[in-house]
Write a protein that binds this ligand. Sequence first.
Ligand SMILES: [Fe+2]
Length: 160
Amino acid sequence: MTVVKSTLPEEALGVTGTALQDTLVDLLGLSLVGKQAHWNIVGPRFRSIHLQLDEVVATARAHSDTVAERASALGVPPDGRPETIAATFALPGTKDGWLRDTEVVELMVSSLEAAIGRLRERIEATEKADPVTQDLLITITADLEKQRWMFQAENHTSAG
Ligand SMILES: [Fe+2]
């Protein structure tokens, strides 16, 4: 059923719709991973990382709304159902139970790096297909790279 008619030709829409849907799942999953770590972190660096994790969650949630609505605007119904996230989430996630502060930092660096790598592939894929979507993906990547930087800086224990 086509309810919202797209402004893009079919092939470009296919590429763009996939890029947006995959980004939606990455961001929703990342927001869940961030909250899980926010609640379960233990260790001497609890406070700063606990707070930092909520910045990741806020960023991921805000951008998930942007990409979902971009998909809708293009006529592609976004799928943010829990079962879809569970079936298709492909970033490093967390084990259950308490998490050491050091483990959390490593987890967030690797999860953000994976998300960034996937976004950069989609930036390339959408360059011709839809530069407007590409522009959104570039903004999201910049914000996730900022978060990755802050976790990586957290992890640095000795000078040099
Ligand atoms: Fe909280």
